[in-house]
Design a protein around this ligand. Structure first.
Ligand code: 13P
Length: 252
């Protein structure tokens, strides 16, 4: 089954308006030759609108780094799906391990966010991943299965067309440690099987499953060469235009 590759730059809590516009402009220019893959940027919400003017017409998709389930209301500090759309975004990330670990978001909250974003028509990226401790104690697959089951509760088969999963092993994020192609492939295959069990084989076959965790220009090719790795969710290396442009130009 062929799946259109998706390369995402998650800028996390980096960039002022000026820095974000420069970075987005450089990425736009450096990726203008590519038509066979999707490119997505997730800048901080404070710069989404400005960045949307920079990438307008390029095909680059903009995403929020998180999203609230409600369209509006008394949710201090939160950003709604409608606000993301109003600022020029069409997508959102949920369940990032930094949200789970630092801000204690659990599977139930990730599920609410995911359902809210999907209901509003956003393209959603659901992050899952095990910690080093969980991996070492042999719990990797159990943790991932539970994260997936919990987050996908109530998500309809039709909505799955607007969903991608990102496998981000917590021990590989920002550490310089990367899962090997084989290690990541084993998990991606498992995740696809889980989606097939929760929904059906055809939905699993179309689902894009991205890898994230210290993706760099020098390891992206071997990761993306794996049959079940359909793209990358990039943190640190996405803040350097040349690195991100090289990653997007991966050679599988
Ligand atoms: P790094 O690429 O910096 O390891 O971050 C990965 C990540 O968390 C992307 O969402």
């Amino acid at each position: 089954m062929s799946r259109r590759p998706l390369l995402v730059g998650n800028w996390k809590m980096h960039t002022t308006v000026v820095e974000a516009c420069q970075l987005a402009a450089a990425i736009r220019q450096g990726c203008s030759d590519l038509e066979d893959r999707d490119i997505m940027l997730a800048p901080p919400a404070t710069v989404l609108s400005e960045v949307s003017h920079i990438v307008h017409g390029s095909g680059i998709i903009l995403a929020g780094q998180n999203v609230c389930w409600a369209a509006e209301g008394a949710f201090t500090g939160e950003i709604s799906p409608v606000m993301i759309q109003g600022a020029g975004g069409h997508a959102a990330i949920v369940g990032h391990s930094e949200r789970r670990q630092i801000f204690h978001e659990d599977n139930a909250m990730v599920n609410r966010r995911l359902c809210g974003g999907l209901a509003q028509g956003l393209l959603m990226i659901l992050c899952v991943g095990e910690t080093q401790e969980e991996r070492e104690s042999g719990q990797t697959f159990a943790v991932l299965a539970e994260q997936l089951r919990g987050a996908l509760d109530g998500v309809t088969p039709t909505q799955c067309a607007r969903l991608a999963i990102a496998y981000e092993p917590v021990w590989a994020i920002g550490t310089g440690l990367t899962a090997s192609g084989g290690q990541a492939q084993e998990v991606h295959e498992f995740l696809r099987d889980q989606v097939a069990t929760l929904y059906e084989k055809n939905i699993a076959g179309h689902m894009r499953i991205l890898y994230g965790g210290s993706v760099k220009p020098d390891n992206v090719d071997q990761l993306l060469a794996q049959p079940d790795i359909d793209g990358a969710l990039v943190g640190g290396a996405a803040l350097d235009a040349a690195s991100f442009i090289r990653i997007v130009h991966y050679k599988a």
